[in-house]
Design a protein around this ligand. Structure first.
Ligand SMILES: Nc1ncnc2c1ncn2[C@@H]1O[C@H](COP(=O)(O)OP(=O)(O)O)[C@@H](O)[C@H]1O
Ligand SMILES: [Mg+2]
Length: 243
């Protein structure tokens, strides 16, 4: 995976030399196609394995008590999630822009997130502050939805037993600000930048792709995503999108 610094060097090379730009673009496209084909090729047999095992489970319910069965099913689920996130990450820079209401998008996300929080855990308090003057935005609706959902899910993971999460937005002269704040475990200072790197996870079941994908999507919209956090107190993720 290319680190931020390598991408920067690559961009300079591409600006300076037309031939380099063409070659690098071809390599990037090639890389994207390879990742897509590999995940596609793995996803199909994995789906077959998963349905065969589910069939075994239906016909022989006893198998659930067999040592290792539950773990194997969870591992398969994890691999599916990893492949899904890998393909999202692989296509993260491709923006399909449209015009949509940010207020509506954020309100829909807030409603479904509030439901998921209520269903699972009554001790997490979720609030949202979404003003009515956010206006229309030109960007990739689905991808921006993924970003906000990723941040909310991370906030939920960080909270564990009890705490609060808030989603807020504001429109200033030339930018849209979206903030997700939580009172969770917080992030140690030395991890604050590395958490945006692909596959960087500190969760036993994490993929480490959520924030990498989020940054990729926000950068593709010429925006920025940053974090402020204090261990033991909580974190605030801020997105700024130029209008
Ligand atoms: N709101 C948060 N509070 C505390 N830590 C966080 C938060 N969001 C992200 N992190 C840290 O950043 C890491 C990377 O996050 P992410 O890229 O979404 O991958 P994953 O959630 O699969 O671990 C997480 O493993 C976690 O350690
Ligand atoms: Mg995550």
């Amino acid at each position: 995976m290319l680190r931020n610094i390598d991408t920067h060097k690559m961009n300079i090379l591409m600006e300076q030399n037309e031939e380099a730009r063409q070659i690098i673009n071809q390599l990037l496209e090639n890389h994207q196609t390879i990742v897509s084909s590999i995940s596609h090729e793995i996803r199909n047999p994995l789906a077959l394995i998963s349905s065969s095992l589910q069939l075994v489970e239906t016909r022989h319910p006893n198998v659930k008590n067999f040592y290792g069965w539950k773990q194997a099913m969870e591992d398969i689920d994890f691999m599916r999630q990893l492949l899904d996130e890998l393909s999202l990450f692989n296509n993260g820079s491709t923006v399909r822009p449209g015009v949509f209401s940010i207020e509506q998008l954020l309100k829909n996300i807030a409603i479904s997130f509030a439901i998921s929080v209520n269903e699972q855990d009554a001790s997490i308090e979720f609030s949202s502050k979404i003003p009515t003057d956010l206006g229309d935005f030109t960007g990739d609706r689905l991808k921006l939805e993924q970003v906000v959902l990723n941040l909310l899910r991370n906030a939920k993971d960080a909270i564990g037993e009890s705490g609060s999460i808030s989603l807020s937005a504001a429109r200033h002269a030339d930018a849209l600000h979206i903030t997700v704040k939580d009172t969770g475990c917080g992030i140690p200072e030395d991890r604050l930048e590395s958490i945006f790197e692909p596959f960087r996870t500190y969760k036993p079941e994490g993929t480490g792709l959520g924030l990498a994908l989020s940054r990729q999507i926000i950068t593709a919209h010429n925006g920025t995503i940053s974090v402020e956090s204090k261990e033991g107190e909580g974190s605030t993720f801020s997105i700024v999108l130029p209008i």
